[in-house]
Design a protein around this ligand. Structure first.
Ligand SMILES: Nc1ncnc2c1ncn2[C@@H]1O[C@H](COP(=O)(O)OP(=O)(O)OP(=O)(O)O)[C@@H](O)[C@H]1O
Length: 571
């Protein structure tokens, strides 16, 4: 199973744990034998020297057993924890390269549960496999052999209780197995609701949905509790039943052992040792039963983790490398369908853009503007037609080369809870303070930041300590911080007042002279000075040209411009 692939790295530790556990079990099997010798050959004949000698050996064996058991426990924990760390990393790396829709298909909350809770279950299993799984059969078989060597006939009598234990375990496992997948799904839902509560806080408050959210959470949480209780109740019946069987077996051993002592075929010391071996055999069985009950839970978790790490993630882009800078972008009948969609989100788009030019994209909601940007940044490959970068088909180019030359301001801004400087360094780790201050000035972000320690100003996660317009200006600064060939602004001026919008665009024009600029907007004012404007509607190009050309030739554009008071031709 590929989930366990990383365990191979710890073969050395596993071997060490194996030998330590072997030593531990042999030590434990040896002790009752020594006890029998002390009782029968020492105490019974009042030989103090013999008692002291065997007592000394018992002490050494006990110390040895303690040391090897402690070491086995330490090294097995070390291997299991290192393994689960590697597994979490593997899942993270896999998720890190998934596309948006792939992540959504799993569900973000489920991916979190799989990385934490499910990996935790597998870690527990690995820990159990290393020691108890070896110790249990060794104790069981070793105990049986030693009991047989002590008294074969009594061993035969004791063995009668074994099938009862197997039947018990079998029934419990059959009952609980179907509950585990449902239990993990219930936990996914608890996580989903919690996540929704934390990220959708404002919406929940604004619509006064706190009570409903609490009710939904309580319902999901209770479902998880009920399922856990059902599993727990079934599992917890095993332990007392097993203890009962073990107790009865011991009584049987003592009863028949006493008969054998009377008829002279057994000594008292041998009976004492025999009882201890019986206890070891039973402990081995109880341990095995616990592991068997953990298997269904683990197999559910293994399946869930395996599903992520073996997911055939859609590969975007190709292996061709881009050399030099990106100097032209061109679309020829570019068409795109989202996976599983019947209608295209973009249909037969044509345009071309060169260094130094600005492309404006305008269109109503859902017209395909963001989709076009996603194709450009290789979040998806085009379905039909061509999207060319420096004349090369984008789906043949390496994503790293394509994205490295682009800088992007998304529609929904996200910031890390770090200083302004830290957030800017996210797009360019080598940027100097002076450059950041310069870019803050271009994006008119400096004016709302304190003069003292401007770059050390704390940004709360998501940028929650700034207004919508301020966040847009910080996001523009972050995009400028990167030394790119293509700057993309996805509706990045929408929260700005007209004057600030205008001033920033003026400053950007100068700053981005040597690059390509793509501005997506709903406002004509934001894109009217672009060299070319693409007018999109329902994924199709309704018009393509400069502001003046479009005003003259395209009724849709003219309509939008008139409605926004931007119908006069450029000065
Ligand atoms: N991940 C997705 N899976 C399936 N369909 C999608 C996905 N994202 C967007 N769409 C669909 O593609 C079409 C274009 O969406 P897009 O986000 O590109 O619009 P937009 O012009 O950017 O709109 P807005 O201005 O509202 O952001 C819409 O009909 C939308 O429902």
């Amino acid at each position: 199973m590929s989930v366990f692939r990383d365990l191979r790295k710890y073969n050395g530790l596993l071997a060490l744990v194996f030998f330590l556990t072997l030593g531990n079990t042999f030590g434990e099997l040896f002790l009752p034998r020594l006890l029998a010798l002390i009782v029968d050959n020492g105490i019974a004949v009042e030989d103090v020297q013999y008692v002291l000698k065997i007592g000394g050996i018992m002490l050494v064996v006990t110390l040895f057993t303690i040391v090897v058991r402690g070491s086995a426990s330490y090294y097995s924990a070390k291997a299991a924890l290192a393994y689960s760390r590697d597994l979490r990393k593997r899942i993270f790396n896999k998720v890190n390269h998934m596309t948006f829709d792939e992540t959504e298909a799993f569900g973000i909350s489920s991916l979190i549960t799989r990385t934490t809770n499910d990996v935790g279950h597998i870690e527990q299993f690995v820990l159990l496999m290393m020691r108890p799984l070896l110790r249990a059969p060794l104790q069981f078989i070793g105990g049986l052999i030693m009991a047989y060597l002590t008294h074969p006939r009594l061993t035969g009598i004791v063995l009668i209780s074994m099938p009862i234990i197997f039947v018990l375990i079998y029934f419990v496992i059959r009952v609980v197995i179907p509950y585990f997948p449902i239990l993990q799904k219930a936990l996914d839902r608890v996580n989903l609701l919690l996540r929704q509560r934390l990220t959708g806080l404002k919406v929940i408050r604004a619509f006064s949905r706190d009570k409903q959210e609490e009710a939904s959470f309580e319902e999901a949480n209770d479902e998880y509790y009920q399922l856990s209780m059902k599993i727990n109740n079934t599992m917890s019946t095993v332990q007392p039943l097993l203890t009962f069987v073990v107790g009865v077996t011991t009584v049987i051993a003592v009863y028949f052992g006493a008969q054998f002592i009377i008829d002279g075929s057994m000594n008292i010391g041998e009976l004492l040792a025999f009882i201890q071996y019986t206890a070891q055999v039973m402990t081995g069985l109880v341990m095995l039963s616990r592991m068997l009950t953990i298997i269904p839970r683990t197999s559910t978790s293994i399946a869930r983790v395996q599903e992520v790490i073996e997911y055939p993630s859609r590969k975007v882009g190709g292996s061709a490398r881009l050399t030099g800078s990106t100097h032209s972008i061109e679309a020829k009948d570019l068409t795109f369908y989202y996976p599983g969609a019947n209608l295209p989100a973009l249909e037969k788009i044509n345009f071309s853009l060169k260094t130094g030019e600005v492309l404006g994209i305008i269109g109503g909601t859902g017209s395909g503007k963001s989709t076009f940007l996603k194709l450009l940044m290789q979040f998806y490959d085009p379905t039909e037609g061509e999207l060319l970068i420096n004349g090369q088909q984008i789906n043949q180019l390496h994503t790293e080369d394509v994205r490295r030359r682009m800088s992007y301001v998304p529609q929904q801004n996200f910031f890390f809870s770090e200083s302004v400087r830290g957030n800017m360094q996210y797009s360019n780790p080598d940027i100097s303070d002076e450059q950041i201050l310069n870019d803050l000035t271009v994006a008119k972000a400096r004016e709302f930041l304190p003069e003292e320690d401007t770059l050390g100003t704390k940004v709360v996660r998501g940028g929650a300590n700034f207004s919508g317009g301020q966040r847009q200006r910080l996001a523009i600064t972050r995009a400028l911080a990167r030394d790119a060939n293509v700057y993309i602004f996805d509706d990045s001026f929408s929260a700005l007042d007209y004057r600030t919008d205008y001033e920033i665009r003026q400053a950007l024009e100068d700053r981005l002279k040597g690059a390509m600029t793509i501005i997506v907007a709903q406002r004509v004012a934001t894109i009217r000075h672009a060299d070319k404007i693409l007018v999109l509607e329902d994924g199709k190009v309704q018009g393509y040209g400069s502001h003046d050309e479009l005003l003259a030739d395209h009724p849709v554009y003219r309509e939008i411009a008139v409605s926004q008071g931007e119908a006069e031709v450029s000065r």
